[in-house]
Design a protein around this ligand. Structure first.
Ligand SMILES: *Cc1c(COP(=O)(O)O)cnc(C)c1O
Length: 454
């Protein structure tokens, strides 16, 4: 379907989202909540987890998946991780409590983040969680905590500062790493040094393979000093593909300030890479097949040869297709050649404005009544707030029907980071509730509130 000259970015088809739309449930929920809401499709999470595990098995790699909880606050994904024996990556005492409370075993937690507070460290040590140590003073704090408490040893990984990202504020430098290894040996029975970790920004595979292989070698060396050094965590960063290659490249080539409200401009680099040739489990497969620099076999081979377990902490990739966000159109006004829609929520419920960017995948217009004749109706989407800059979509979206007050606007595939990372009750607007959809073996999906919906 042509959208005239307006760039568009259709999402990849998703049967589960379509089934919810077709069921007619969304207008009822919009009516019930009287504001925006998110719906969650936890079966997608379970399927993504299964695919990653199958990929590890197929590559002959001993691996363990931790779901990076910061990507979504809902309880249901943690419950799914618990039900399927996966771990959870937490970075605060509240996240740790949430994970334990929803059934994840303490030893299946990995605690990341810098300079962890004493309460978090105590909980982590007591519940035998794996702690990714980010600094020398933190290592000392972990040892002190273990010696003072009832549970020993404290299980740790040493997080390294990647040579490829020397300006990262996370991780230990080479010098600090050497000192840390010495302290781990001295700490004796207070500590179990289980290996190394890193987390890289960006989505390139080669630097991940290189660093994972380097840390695999470091495991071998550390074992010589009597440390366990059995695991390497490669952090998160498995990409998600929201759209097909042609749409993405076409969009990037075509988009210019005239396509945005107020002539706003975004450069290519401002956007998340909405298309990736490899994503999720297939990106993991490719990573395992990648030959690390200077090596003579695949990463999978290096890991297996060294008897090193691969830990991963995917957030976004586990949440691919696991939910969407629904707003109601509250007003429509005309501008020169396009319209401004105002919806009943804020851009904080789409989060991407945090990164001076916007969430580009096309929202779906769900008309409230009989549709108007088909055509091309460009419109940008603003929030129900008093801030000039609070736009959900600066881009003029080429709708195929005239949007009207009371129509719904569904932003697809928002579970990974888009939903709630920077939601706020600005203007005293309530935070959008989260609805868990269940459509196993039933003609019409049923729903419940997520137990933790803020
Ligand atoms: C954010 C984060 C992750 C998750 O990253 P994704 O890109 O969502 O996969 C994993 N590990 C650490 C240490 C992180 O900070």
């Amino acid at each position: 379907m042509s959208t005239g000259n307006w760039p568009s970015l259709p999402v990849l088809p998703d049967a589960a989202t379509d089934a919810v739309v077709d069921s007619g449930l969304l207008p009822e929920l919009a009516h019930a909540f009287g504001g925006p809401f998110h719906f969650l499709l936890p079966d997608a999470f379970t399927a993504n987890l299964r695919d990653m595990r199958e990929t590890l098995n197929a590559a002959g790699v001993d691996g363990f998946v931790f779901y990076a909880k910061k990507a979504n606050k809902a309880a249901v994904f943690v419950e799914r991780a618990a039900a399927h024996g996966a771990g959870v990556d937490v970075a605060s005492a509240s996240e740790l409590r949430e994970a334990l409370g929803h059934g994840v075993r303490g030893e299946h937690l990995v605690v990341t983040g810098p300079a962890k507070d004493p309460v978090l460290l105590r909980l982590a040590v007591t519940h035998r969680a794996l702690i990714a140590v980010d600094a020398l003073d933190e290592l000392d704090a972990v040892i002190t905590t273990a010696l003072a408490g009832p549970v020993r040893p404290a299980r740790i990984l040493l997080r390294v500062l990647p040579a490829a990202q020397p300006h990262s504020r996370f991780g230990l430098t080479d010098g600090e790493l050497a000192a840390a290894l010495g302290r781990c040996v001295e700490a004796g029975a207070a500590l179990r040094m289980e290996g190394f970790s890193f987390h890289l920004s960006g989505y390139a595979l080669q630097p991940r393979a290189d660093l994972a292989a380097r840390l695999t070698e470091l495991c071998r060396k550390a074992r010589v000093s009597g440390l366990e050094a059995s695991s390497v965590s490669i952090g998160g960063g498995l990409p998600v593909s929201y759209t097909d290659a042609d749409s993405w490249h076409g969009f990037l080539t075509a988009q210019r300030p005239a396509h945005y409200h107020a002539g706003k401009s975004f450069g290519r680099g401002d956007f998340y890479p909405y298309h990736s040739p490899l994503s999720g489990a297939s990106a993991l497969a490719a990573l395992l097949e990648t030959r690390p620099m200077g090596g003579d076999g695949s990463l999978a081979r290096s890991l297996a040869d060294a008897g090193v377990k691969l830990l991963l902490e995917p957030g976004r990739a586990l949440l691919d297709r696991a939910g969407a966000t629904v707003f109601t159109v509250q007003g429509v006004k005309d501008r020169d050649g396009y319209q401004l829609l105002t919806v009943d929520g804020t851009s904080l419920s789409l989060s991407e404005q945090w990164f001076n960017s916007e969430y580009v995948p096309d929202p779906l217009l769900i008309p409230r009544g009989p549709v108007t004749p088909a055509g091309v109706f460009p419109a940008s989407v603003g929030a129900a707030t008093c801030l000039e800059s609070d736009m959900l979509t600066w881009r003029k979206i080429a709708f195929r029907h005239q949007p009207r007050t009371g129509d719904l606007l569904l932003y697809p595939n928002t579970a990974g980071y888009q939903m709630d990372s920077n939601e706020s009750p600005f203007h005293d607007l309530p935070l959008p509730p989260k609805v868990v959809i269940d459509h196993t073996d039933r003609p019409r999906p049923r729903w419940r509130l997520d137990r933790h919906f803020t």
